[in-house]
Design a protein around this ligand. Structure first.
Ligand code: 5GP
Length: 237
């Protein structure tokens, strides 16, 4: 790795962050840990960090090639990425193309309905509260983002959806839904942050319907890392 990690900043469920010589840049280290249900279920699997780092680096590079800016600067080695320092906006933005997961649990709609247009939801990023679903106006009223920023976030989220949906469709994978996080860079610009990976997206094999994402871990379906490897194989060919 040609960039030195300086001070430890923060450890999340799947990643660790370190400062670098440059105050605007941060090193992200992808851990081998799986967590679900707000950290209640945990497991370590060797090689998971490397797979997520490779998949996420590839996806951020692809999004950049389609003019969708993120905090990603470059992949440093198997488990490290160099990213821009941003101030994270405490929102989880969820885009859905097909009904499943918490949406079905919450309102009782059937699983697997293909939505006529993508659905967007916001959650307040707070582990203690379990990332509750919120309405847009909460974000504005409580100062998490301005109306303009919300409009920008929605626009980027729909562009990410369109871009990745087409990218994965060509590779025999259906992009069912995903979660994004955004940050503000030193100039105050809103950019995509965190990660885009099988931890944060639902991927279904377009012909078999097999789940190729973290739902295999959440639902104890087994062969979790094989699914992540399959995603890497399809996007790296
Ligand atoms: P759901 O709300 O149905 O549980 O999740 C919708 C989508 O957002 C899924 O692709 C899921 O992986 C992602 N997602 C939602 N919340 C989180 C979270 O706290 N962490 C991660 N890694 N993904 C999430």
């Amino acid at each position: 790795m040609d960039v030195e990690k300086k001070d430890f900043i923060y450890e999340g469920k799947a990643k660790r962050m370190f400062t670098t010589e440059n105050p605007e840049l941060i090193v992200v280290e992808y851990k081998d840990s799986f967590t679900a249900f707000n950290g209640m279920k945990k497991e370590t699997m060797e090689g998971k960090g490397e797979l997520n780092n490779k998949i996420c680096s590839k996806l951020f590079e692809y999004l950049a090639s389609k003019d969708i800016e993120s905090h990603f600067v470059r992949q440093l080695d198997n488990v490290h990425q160099l990213v821009k320092r941003v101030k994270i906006i405490p929102l989880e933005v969820i885009v859905r193309n097909i009904t499943t997961g918490s949406l079905c649990k919450r309102i009782g709609v059937k699983e697997g309905i293909v939505l006529s247009r993508p659905l967007i939801e916001f959650s307040y990023k707070d582990d203690e509260l379990g990332d509750p679903l919120i309405i847009e106006d909460y974000a504005v009223q409580f100062g998490w983002a301005t109306e303009e920023e919300i409009t920008k976030i929605k626009d980027i989220s729909f562009r990410v959806n369109k871009t990745l949906k087409e990218f994965f469709a060509k590779r025999g994978v259906t992009l069912v839904d995903f979660k994004l996080e955004f940050g503000k860079d030193s100039a105050g610009k809103i950019i995509l942050a965190d990660e885009v990976s099988p931890d944060t997206c639902r991927f279904w094999d377009s012909s078999t319907g097999d789940h190729l994402d973290k739902d295999r871990f959440r639902k104890d379906l087994g062969t979790v890392l094989d699914a992540y490897r399959e995603i890497w194989k399809r996007i790296s060919e």
